[in-house]
Write a protein that binds this ligand. Structure first.
Ligand code: ATP
Length: 340
C-alpha cells in the first residue's frame, strides 16, 4: 500500500479547468472520499491518480515517487467503476485471476489469491458462475475482488454503487467500509452521494468547480462546514444572516446569546435542521409543509419576520402539521459561521 499525494494539481481541457490547483494527501491505508456535484472534477481527479489523464500542472506522487507522467500500467492501481463491466466471456474466477495472470503470477498462486479474496467477500460459491447471471451486488463484489487481486498500491472506486437499490447500497456500504478497514488498502472513493461517503470514508474532500472546498473527517465536515457550499452540500443546512455584537447574535427576527462568535455585521450562520429545539424558544413561525424522509420527519417553517427554515421533528413528527404555529430554540454552539 502507498501514500498518495496530489501536489498543486491542475487539469485543463481546452477552456475548462476540470481540476484547479488541488493538493490532497491520502495516507497509507486511508479511505478518502471525494464528493461534490456533477461536473465538479471528481472523476478527473481519480483519472489523474490512475494515470488515464496527465496533469497540466503539479505533481502526483506515490510514496514520494513522482508518477505524474507514468502510464496507468506502471502505477499498479485497482479500479472499480460502475461502468467497468466484468468480462462476461469468463467465469467469476477467470475475472479475478485475469489481472495477476497479466502480471505473470503463476496459476496455483493466482487461484489461491483469488479464492482468498472471494472468501473474504463471501462469494466463493460463485467462482464458476458467468458474471451475467449475478445480481448487481454480487457483480460489485466480483469487481472489487478483481481490483484487489493485483495487490494494488491504491484502490480507486468511482461510483461503484450506482444502479443498486437503496437497501443493497446500505448493506454493501457497511460491508465495504469494514472490508476496506480490514484490508488497510489506500483508497480513493469518488461519489456524488455524500451520505455514502460519510458512512464509508476516514476523511472526505468536498469539491466544487474544480476546487477542494474542505477536507476533514465526516464529523468535521458535517459539524463545522468551512463555507456555505459545504454546509449545503453535506446535509441540508439553513443559512441565517445576522449581526454579531457583544456576545449576541441578532437575526432581525430573534436574538440569541452567542458569547463565542466573533463580532461581525454580516455573519452567515449555518444551522442543521436537527439543531433546532422544537416546542420552546425565542424563534416563532408557521409550518408551511411537513415531509417524511424515510425514518425522519422535517418541517419547513416560515419564521415571523424571517426566512423559511427546515426543521427536523422528533419521532413521527409529534402531530405537527401545515398551518401550525411553531416555537423554536437554538443553541449558539450549533451556529457555524460560513462566510467566505
Ligand atoms: P459527474 O459526477 O457528473 O461524473 P465529475 O465531478 O466527475 O462529474 P468530471 O467528469 O471530472 O466531473 O468533469 C469536470 C469537468 O471537466 C466538466 O466540466 C467536464 O465537462 C470536463 N471534462 C471532463 N473530461 C473532459 C474531456 N475529456 N474533455 C473536455 N472536458 C472534459
Amino acid at each position: 500500500m502507498s501514500e498518495v499525494a496530489l501536489d498543486h494539481v491542475t487539469k485543463r481541457f481546452d477552456s475548462t479547468t476540470a481540476v484547479d490547483d488541488v493538493s490532497l494527501t491520502i495516507a497509507d491505508g486511508e479511505v478518502l472520499g471525494v464528493v461534490g456535484p456533477s461536473g465538479c472534477g471528481k472523476t478527473t481527479t481519480l483519472r489523474l491518480v490512475a494515470g488515464f489523464e496527465t496533469a497540466t500542472d503539479g505533481a502526483i506522487r506515490y510514496d514520494g515517487d513522482d508518477v505524474t507522467h507514468a502510464p496507468p500500467e506502471n502505477r499498479n492501481v485497482g479500479l472499480v467503476f460502475q461502468s467497468y463491466a466484468l468480462f462476461d466471456n469468463m467465469s467469476v474466477l477467470g475475472n479475478v485471476t485475469f489481472g495477476p495472470k497479466m502480471h505473470g503470477v503463476g496459476k496455483t498462486e493466482r487461484r489461491e489469491r483469488a479464492f482468498e479474496l472471494l472468501e473474504l467477500l463471501d462469494i466463493a460459491e460463485l467462482a464458476d458462475r458467468d458474471p451475467r447471471t449475478l445480481s448487481g451486488g454480487q457483480q460489485q463484489r466480483v469487481g472489487l475482488a478483481r481490483a484487489l487481486a493485483i495487490e494494488p498500491r491504491i484502490l480507486l472506486l468511482d461510483e461503484p454503487m450506482t444502479g443498486l437499490d437503496a437497501k443493497l447500497k446500505q448493506s454493501l456500504r457497511t460491508e465495504l467500509g469494514e472490508l476496506l478497514d480490514d484490508l488497510g488498502v489506500t483508497t480513493l472513493y469518488v461519489t456524488h452521494d455524500q451520505e455514502q461517503a460519510m458512512a464509508m470514508c476516514d476523511r472526505i474532500a468536498v469539491m466544487n468547480d474544480g476546487v477542494v472546498e474542505q477536507v476533514g473527517s465526516p464529523a468535521d465536515v458535517y459539524e463545522s462546514p468551512a463555507n456555505e457550499f459545504v454546509a449545503n452540500f453535506v446535509g441540508t443546512s439553513n443559512v441565517l444572516s445576522g449581526s454579531v455584537r457583544g456576545g449576541r447574535v441578532d437575526f432581525g427576527f430573534a436574538a440569541i446569546e452567542a458569547p463565542d462568535l466573533p463580532a461581525r455585521e454580516d455573519a452567515n450562520l449555518a444551522v442543521r435542521p436537527a439543531d433546532f429545539t422544537v416546542g420552546s424558544g425565542p424563534i416563532s413561525g408557521e409550518v408551511r409543509n411537513v415531509f417524511y424522509l424515510g425514518g425522519t420527519v422535517q418541517a419547513v417553517a416560515a419564521l415571523d419576520g424571517g426566512p423559511e427554515v427546515t426543521v427536523a421533528l422528533d419521532g413521527d413528527g409529534s402531530g405537527i402539521s401545515k398551518g401550525d404555529r411553531l416555537d423554536l430554540g437554538l443553541d449558539a454552539s450549533d451556529l457555524h459561521l460560513v462566510n467566505e
